[in-house]
Ligand binder design. Structure first.
Ligand SMILES: C[S@@+](CC[C@H](N)C(=O)[O-])C[C@H]1O[C@@H](n2cnc3c(N)ncnc32)[C@H](O)[C@@H]1O
Length: 313
């Protein structure tokens, strides 16, 4: 599916002022991703020895000096990252200016982090200058994933870390199926599979990608409420082949009727989300882009969380 990036930018710009109130899932995923970073930064002994056995050195022997949050939205995570690493230069980047203006306001007059209005596909950042790229639920809006990973590799120092989340193909499956019963238009974005994401990371030369999937179900009184919420968050239909003009009343009714088939015993309509969690290390600059021997590991986020909780304070 081809995405209209200008439409994506405008939709997030329009959504910015109301974003925080509706971004419940985004907040939950952000918390998990920051927990992952915590584990990466101070790994429990067992994880550390397992990693060393695979030739991976602890990521942050010293604190990261430069952190880039790609698709930072209103800057919540950038603020958390700066709190976690007070000496780091945190760059919060987003292509939607209204989002970035809210991030700048959050940064306050003492400017704990800097803001950059730019496209993730062309980062205005020097080669090998970043220790950590963090990105929460932004990459599913970028069609050219190989291009973005090449760009991430360019700006990361060798051994720097990439940590991100993105949506997988089961995301909004009920809505996609319901529209498919109504017409042949592309109403719901198509999302890449975890293995394709991992392959693209390996192709860009990233080392030891670790990917995992978490599933969430949000519930709604009716499908119109879900559609309103998607719009409010800026996550409308951005496919270039999307149906133009007003969606016919009868097609909409057919879609809504089909969605009713998913109604649960509790009387609610589910919306499924498949969230891909991914991390990998940037290679030495001499490493070729395609690592034919690369292996994609999978580790459950729940297991990582359990490790974190068990760890003595
Ligand atoms: C769903 S929001 C997530 C925001 C934030 N990371 C969070 O967790 O709340 C996705 C953000 O990515 C930004 N975005 C999408 N495509 C982008 C691109 N190509 N370059 C920079 N930002 C992009 C959007 O403007 C939006 O603010």
């Amino acid at each position: 599916m081809r995405l209209d990036i200008e439409r994506v930018r405008r939709a997030f710009g329009r959504a910015a002022s109301g974003y925080e109130a509706v971004a419940v899932l985004q907040h939950e995923v952000e918390t998990l991703l920051l927990e992952r970073l915590e584990i990466l930064a101070t790994p429990p002994a067992q994880l550390l020895s397992e990693a060393r056995a695979r030739g991976i050195e602890p990521p942050f022997k010293a604190s990261p000096q430069c952190i880039l949050d790609v698709g930072c939205g209103t800057g919540r995570a950038a603020a958390a990252l700066r709190k976690r690493y007070p000496k780091a230069d945190v760059l919060a980047l987003d292509m939607a200016l209204p989002m970035l203006q809210l991030a700048r306001r959050r940064a306050g007059w003492w400017k704990p982090f800097r803001t950059l209005c730019a496209d993730a596909r062309a980062l205005p950042v020097a080669d090998q200058s970043v220790d950590l790229i963090y990105s929460n639920l932004c990459l599913q809006w970028i069609e050219d994933l190989p291009g973005v990973f090449n760009e991430f590799r360019r700006v990361l120092r060798p051994g720097g870390w990439l940590l991100f989340t993105s949506f997988g193909p089961d995301t909004l499956s009920e809505l996609r199926q319901s529209w498919a019963a109504a017409d042949e238009g592309a109403h719901v974005n198509v999302f890449l599979d975890m293995h394709d994401v991992g392959d693209a990371m390996l192709a860009a030369g990233f080392r030891d990608p670790m990917l995992d999937v978490e599933r969430y179900t949000l519930t709604y009184r009716d499908a119109r409420q879900l559609m309103r919420e998607l719009k409010a968050i800026g996550a409308g239909n951005a496919a270039t082949e999307r149906p133009r003009g007003l969606t016919g009343k009868s097609r909409l009714q057919r879609m809504l009727a089909r969605y009713e088939g998913f109604r649960t015993a509790e009387g609610l309509l589910p919306a499924s989300y498949e969230v891909i969690f991914a991390q990998a290390q940037a290679p030495e600059s001499s490493q070729p882009r395609r690592d034919g021997d690369g292996e994609i590991a999978s580790v459950s986020v729940a297991a990582l969380r359990a490790q974190l909780r068990r760890r003595p304070q």
